[in-house]
Design a protein. Structure first.
Length: 333
């Protein structure tokens, strides 16, 4: 079943990138590739990550041929993105059916989109300098220090270019049309942590924490949404800037949890072990935690120092076993 799904996603167009169809992650861009020729840069990056992660599954199933093919295709997709979608400071979002770029410096709308910049890091694009430049561009052009939001793209669609689909029916700066879409904003935080940029990643987590949007009365009245729930979107439109949209958005809440627990604190849980790979802000000396996972009790201390490494019950280790026992773990970073 997974192989058939991956196979359908691997259908590519003229630039060697997956077809956009009637929408990729952003279903509001439902006309970009409606003719069957438009291509998605984000889908290429996402698919390369899927292929990389699914190849080992194929090897465990003794399907070496499929695994080798997936790894080669992942590398080919990353090369195609670098060859066709790099615009000097950031990656394009895609291509319309007629081959025109979606995004880019010359575009009057959606010049820079958050997704390809984040996934250039999450997909481990081979050019480290481009990954850094893409993330720097996203922070510079999409992270709004005044409103403390991360726009999905800029400028919004406003009828000055090709019609990407129903996303243009939202007013500029509302929901996906140039407002913050929290799901994607958290992907940027993940990408920053993935690249070891703890200060930038933590700053975004602070922005995206609903508690910090309601600490003062004037902020709460502008936000108009619960302080205890992650929202799907926050508006950048001048008429209602800073206002929260659809709340109790479990998808974004799940990604917030992963960004904080797995990427910031570095707690990676597997079937039989806990691996610890934190990415802390520069002003954190470390942290401590008491965990109980699958019947295993863990007293954890993470601190800065040399040499880096993990000890479990006083002995060097690569991970903490989830064996039902009681353990003391110290991670030096």
């Amino acid at each position: 079943h997974c192989g058939r799904a991956i196979g359908r996603g691997r259908r590519c167009g003229a630039h060697g990138l997956p077809l956009f169809g009637s929408g990729d992650w952003n279903d509001g861009m439902n006309l970009v590739g409606i003719g069957g020729k438009g291509e998605s840069v984000w889908m290429a990056l996402f698919l390369s990550r899927v292929l990389d992660r699914f190849a080992p599954v194929c090897r465990r199933m003794h399907d070496r041929e499929r695994a080798d093919g997936y790894e080669k295709e992942a590398a080919r997709l990353r090369a195609a993105v670098d060859e066709t979608a790099w615009d000097g400071e950031f990656y394009l979002r895609g291509f319309f059916d007629d081959g025109a770029p979606l995004g880019g410096k010359a575009s009057p709308e959606c010049r820079i989109d958050l997704l390809p910049q984040s996934f250039s890091a999450l997909a481990d694009m081979p050019d480290a300098a481009r990954r850094k430049t893409a993330l720097d561009s996203a922070l510079r052009e999409l992270a709004d220090d005044r409103l403390r939001i991360v726009r999905l793209f800029t400028p919004p669609f406003d009828g000055h270019g090709r019609n990407p689909g129903y996303i243009r029916s939202y007013p500029p700066g509302i929901r996906e049309n140039g407002g913050q879409y929290t799901h994607a904003a958290l992907w940027l935080a993940l990408a920053l942590f993935h690249e070891g940029r703890g200060d930038d990643g933590f700053r975004l987590l602070q922005w995206l924490n609903p508690v910090h949007r309601t600490e003062r009365r004037e902020e709460a009245l502008r936000y108009r949404t619960e302080p205890y729930a992650v929202v799907a979107d926050i508006s950048s439109n001048r008429a209602c800037e800073g206002r929260g949209g659809w709340s109790l958005y479990t998808g974004a809440a799940g990604w917030y949890y992963r960004a904080a627990v797995e990427y910031l604190l570095g707690l990676r849980f597997y079937a039989d072990r806990l691996e610890i790979r934190p990415c802390l802000p520069s002003d954190w000396p470390g942290y401590s935690a008491q965990l109980r996972v699958r019947g295993t009790g863990i007293r954890l201390a993470v601190r800065r120092g040399e040499p880096a490494g993990l000890t479990v019950d006083g002995k060097p280790a690569g991970s903490v076993p989830l064996d039902g026992g009681e353990h003391t773990a110290e991670q030096t970073v």
